[in-house]
Design a protein around this ligand. Structure first.
Ligand code: TTP
Ligand code: CA
Length: 338
């Protein structure tokens, strides 16, 4: 039987929740902010609605820059309220879990699902089910989402991002090569800026070029393990299974240095209480982590983000401390200002 896999991603998620809770804001640019507290404007944009995106507001941008882009426009700058978004997310995931064979939550607003059994491997039944999922999420939560359906996780994830917001993109087995071929390589999940650069230096810019690259070339460029994944992903033969790993949480802390600093020891010292606090929360909720990210805001208000996914989940404090320190130590992140 054909395997049929889907990926669902909630549209402009945090900002959409804010819209739902304050319908009067629907036509207004909404910027969800992580305020760092140093000045009224310090901090980063978590996300924004599509109205704000029309003015060039983007996730990860300093709030001050978003304010400049929206200068003279009536806009809502709302502090991020993670607990609220998590409540919506948990309800959506619960609904989805009951409608699919297997659900794998991949983030606060996204999940893979396997629907091979209940659709009998048929794309018409899969399309009908995807429309039903979208309708149900909207009926129950007023949230719109975008869904991709395909023969594996790689195709499904790219397809959900293909038409956004409120999109549905179905890519049948036989359509996968022509769908993937013209797309840039960084559409494949797991391909970040570093891998993109390595591949582009080797003349590989599209997924089609990646699919036909000789194995030895790929291995020389990115190493054996990643080469094998990229080969399968680009040829639409990736067979990674959809696995239910239970719920998903994202815990974060933000600190502001009293003064700008390049001193890594000083920065590490300032980070320690926040990390300890984060770890206490983790343990008290009986959670494990697999993914660690650090965002630094530099003096010129530009931001740097680093992320790492560990081989296996842990709740070990020294691991958390080591990973964050390593990220902060990377040259471009070593200019944390707040
Ligand atoms: P995304 O799915 O990347 O973005 P989005 O849901 O806001 O927009 P889209 O319509 O393009 O899917 O991220 C999900 C949520 O994660 C987002 O609503 C807010 C949060 N987030 C951050 O806090 N910081 C970031 O840099 C990004 C990218 C997301
Ligand atoms: Ca989203």
């Amino acid at each position: 039987m054909n395997r049929i896999v889907g990926h669902l991603d909630l549209d402009y998620f945090y900002a959409q929740v804010e819209e739902i809770e304050a319908p009067a804001l629907k036509e207004t640019p909404i910027v969800v902010c992580v305020f760092s507290g140093r000045t009224e404007e310090s901090g980063v944009v978590s996300t924004s609605n599509y109205k704000a995106r029309e003015y060039g507001v983007r996730s990860g941008m300093p709030i001050a820059l978003a304010k400049r882009r929206l200068n003279g426009i009536e806009a809502a700058f709302i502090p991020m309220n993670h607990g609220k978004y998590e409540a919506y997310s948990n309800r959506v995931m619960e609904t989805l879990r009951s409608q699919v064979d297997v659900l794998e939550q991949a983030g606060i607003d996204e999940a893979f699902f396997d629907i091979t059994k209940r659709t009998g491997g048929g794309y018409e039944a899969a399309t009908a089910l995807a429309l039903e999922l979208k309708a149900r999420v909207f009926r129950e939560e007023k949230l719109t989402c975008s869904i991709g359906i395909g023969p594996n996780k790689v195709v499904a994830k790219i397809a959900s991002d293909f038409k956004k917001p409120n999109g549905l993109t179905v890519v049948r087995d036989e359509e996968a090569p022509s769908f993937l071929s013209p797309l840039p390589i960084d559409k494949i999940y797991g391909v970040g800026p570093k891998t993109t650069k390595l591949l582009e230096e080797g003349g590989i810019k599209t997924i089609g070029a990646l699919a036909s690259a000789p194995t030895e070339n790929l291995e020389d460029l990115v190493g054996k393990r990643l080469a094998a994944y990229l080969h399968d992903a680009s040829n639409s033969t990736d067979d990674e299974q959809v696995v239910d790993r239970g719920g998903f949480s994202q815990l974060s802390r933000i600190i502001t240095l009293k003064q700008d600093s390049h001193d890594l020891d000083q920065i590490a010292g300032a980070l320690a209480p926040a990390l300890k606090d984060l770890h206490e929360r983790l343990v008290s909720e009986n959670l494990f982590f697999r993914s660690v990210s650090a965002i630094g805001i530099l003096k010129d208000l530009s931001t740097r983000t680093r992320s790492k996914t560990l081989e296996s989940p842990t709740n070990d404090y020294p691991v958390l401390e080591k990973e964050v320190k390593e990220m902060a130590n990377q040259r471009s992140l070593a200019e944390f200002t707040g």
